[in-house]
Design a protein around this ligand. Sequence first.
Ligand SMILES: [Zn+2]
Length: 334
Amino acid sequence: MKQDETAVASFPASRLRRLRMTEHLRAMVRETHVGVQDFIYPLFVVPGTNVRKEVSSMPGVYQMSVDRIVRECAEVRALGIPAVIFFGIPEEKDEAGSGAYDEHGVVQEALRAVKRDVPGLVLVTDVCLCEYTSHGHCGIVRGDEILNDESVELLVREAVSHAEAGADIVAPSDMFDGRVGAIRRALDEHGFVNIPVMSYAAKYASGFYGPFREAAESTPKFGDRRSHQMDPANADEALREVAQDIAEGADIVMVKPALPYLDILRRVKDTYRMPTAAYNVSGEYAMVKAAARAGWIDGERVMMELLTSIKRAGADLILTYFAKEAAALLERRR
Ligand SMILES: [Zn+2]
């Protein structure tokens, strides 16, 4: 018997609708379950005190100062969400993105404060330079080239600095070659052998990042990120990217964005069987919010459907701006 003929009886003996007749039956045979434990909630840390400024293109998402981040993290933990990921927007930006590896940088301060006041929450940090550089690029720029190896040296300093301030997981998002291995070696040398690396392994040069760049104030002043992020048309290359990061010591691999790349997610999960994350990015969030506000879709329903699709495609973890809203909804449904 060929595999695609397995257990397929024909109508009328088989009526697939039988198991769809009530919610109790549907729940019993449901294959994919989205739960609060799947979520990682992104947070944007800014300087100052008592700052809580909504990102206009991402309703419900705020830039917050460290004191407000602490309160937010307490709320996140109370909802049962296990982890947050920090992005930092420094007071001042420079060519070398030095705010990224400053021991008193915004993310480092947030890490110390949340570790102290909200124990048990897993603190992930985004490791990149684009929020910290005056030109908005992910690394050191010479002429019109974004340099690889020189930039990796700075990312290594940033990752170690985050670990020293209390990060539980570091997540390099730059897509430069060799950065996972370099970060792994440096963490080990500094005694952080048990700090995992979650690599943005297959990250595409995507138009869906638009609203994030407002939130992170990281729009490049010139050029774009196509010399390091992946071409949306490529799939086999994503597997090579992921293989390389695993070989260099990545503990969790990520596909970003999620929805236009569910095929990549499925191939990555099937090929490597690694803990796999997907980033449900700002543009995906903003589209749902905008259409729901216009009354064109049922926002909650679409939110749960798309989170389910990401899980079904193979994600173990979902970085999503919907985390709090979805957690509250799942709690109400229990
Ligand atoms: Zn970047």
